[in-house]
Ligand binder design. Structure first.
Ligand code: CP
Ligand code: NVA
Length: 312
C-alpha cells in the first residue's frame, strides 16, 4: 500500500505493525532518527489543526526529515492548477504528503496522481490517523484481549463516527455508534463497509439512537465536537438540540464498566458534547491519546516510506 487514504484501507496486520512501532516511538522518539535524513514531507491543510499539524511536524523532525507546512491558500491549486499537476510537483520534492481537506475525492485524486505516499489527515468523511492513536491508547489501557468489551462512540454521525466503526471492525471489536436518527446518523455506506469487514474479523457493529443503552457496560465512551469544520453555521441550533441527549456526562459514565475510560479526538467543547467533570476527570485519557498522534504518525510515515505496509 502506497497511501493511507481511508481507514478501511488498513488491514489488521498493518495496524498491528504500525501500533507496535508506535509504542517503540513512544519509548524512544529518536530510535530511527535518520530514516528521513535530508528528506522532506509536505503537510498541506485547508482546514485548521492543532494536534495533527504538531504531531506530523514533530514526527518528521524525529525521523530526521524536514516538514514543509503549506496552508490551503498558499498553493497555485487555489488558482486553478489541477490536483494531479500539484501531486506530480510535490512528488518531485517530498518523500510523503500529509493532507487535510474537505472532499475525500480530492485526497483520493492526490493519492492516485502522486508517486509518493499520501496520508489522509482528515476529510469530511474520515480520519484514519486519529484512529491509530485511539487504538494505541485503547491497547495501552486494556491490553490486546478485548473480549467482552464494548467501544462506544456517542454524538454526531460524522467523519469520526465513520472512522470509529471501520477501525473497530478491523480490530474485531464490539463497536457502537450512538447518534441521532436521520441527517446526523453515520453514512449507510460506511456502516455497510464496517459490517463487511466485521464478517472477516468477527467484530460486532451496532448503530443505535439510544445513548443510555449504548453506554451500559461500555469500556470506552468516545465523543467528538457537534459542529465539525465546514458544517453550516445555520444548522447549529437544531443540531445542538438533537445532539444534547448524546452528551457524555457523569450519569452516562456511571452506566459503564468499573475500569472504563473516556476518549475524545479533541478539540473539545466542555458543556456541549462532554461535561468538564468527565473530560477533566480520572477516567479521561485524552492527553495520552493526543500525544499518541505523534507516535502513530511517526510510525505510519516510517513504514509507508519504506514500503512496508501491505495492501488490504
Ligand atoms: N484530533 C485532531 O485531529 O485534532 P486537530 O484538528 O487539532 O488536528
Ligand atoms: N469531526 C471533527 C474532528 C476534528 C478533529 C471535524 O471534522 O472538525
Amino acid at each position: 500500500m502506497k497511501d493511507l487514504l481511508h481507514t478501511a484501507d488498513l488491514s489488521r496486520p498493518d495496524v498491528d505493525l504500525i501500533l507496535s512501532t508506535a509504542a517503540e516511538f513512544a519509548e524512544d522518539p529518536l530510535r530511527a532518527h535518520s530514516s528521513l535524513a535530508h528528506r522532506t514531507v509536505a503537510i498541506y491543510m485547508t482546514k485548521p489543526s492543532t494536534r495533527t499539524r504538531l504531531a506530523s511536524e514533530t514526527a518528521v523532525a524525529h525521523l530526521g526529515g524536514t516538514p514543509i507546512f503549506i496552508r490551503g491558500d498558499e498553493l497555485q491549486l487555489g488558482r486553478g492548477e489541477t490536483i494531479s499537476d500539484t501531486a506530480r510537483i510535490i512528488s518531485g520534492f517530498a518523500s510523503a504528503l500529509i493532507v487535510r481537506t474537505y472532499a475525500q475525492s480530492d485526497v483520493d485524486e492526490l493519492g492516485r496522481a502522486a508517486s509518493i505516499p499520501v496520508i489522509n489527515a482528515l476529510t469530511d468523511d474520515d480520519h484514519p490517523t486519529q484512529l491509530l492513536a485511539d487504538w494505541l491508547t485503547i491497547q495501552e489501557t486494556f491490553g490486546t484481549d478485548i473480549t467482552g468489551r464494548k467501544f462506544v462512540y456517542l454524538g454526531d454521525g460524522n467523519n469520526m463516527s465513520h472512522a470509529w466503526l471501520i477501525m473497530g471492525a478491523i480490530m474485531g471489536a464490539h463497536v457502537v455508534a450512538a447518534t441521532p436518527e436521520g441527517k446526523w446518523a453515520p453514512d449507510l455506506i460506511v456502516v455497510a463497509k464496517a459490517k463487511e469487514i466485521a464478517l472477516e474479523t468477527g467484530a460486532t457493529i451496532e448503530v443505535t439512537h439510544d445513548p443510555e443503552s449504548a453506554a451500559k457496560d461500555a469500556s470506552v465512551l468516545y465523543t467528538d465536537v457537534w459542529m465539525s469544520m465546514g458544517d453550516p453555521e445555520s444548522e447549529r441550533l437544531e443540531k445542538t438540540k438533537v445532539l444534547m441527549p448524546f452528551a457524555v456526562n457523569a450519569e452516562l459514565m456511571n452506566l459503564t464498566v468499573s475500569d472504563s475510560i473516556f476518549m475524545h479526538c479533541l478539540p473539545a467543547h466542555r458543556g456541549e458534547e462532554v461535561a468538564a467533570e468527565v473530560i477533566d476527570g480520572p477516567r479521561s485519557v485524552v492527553w495520552r491519546e493526543a500525544l499518541h498522534r505523534r507516535t502513530t504518525i511517526q510510525s505510519l510515515l516510517y513504514h509507508l516510506v519504506r514500503g512496508e505496509i501491505k495492501v488490504r
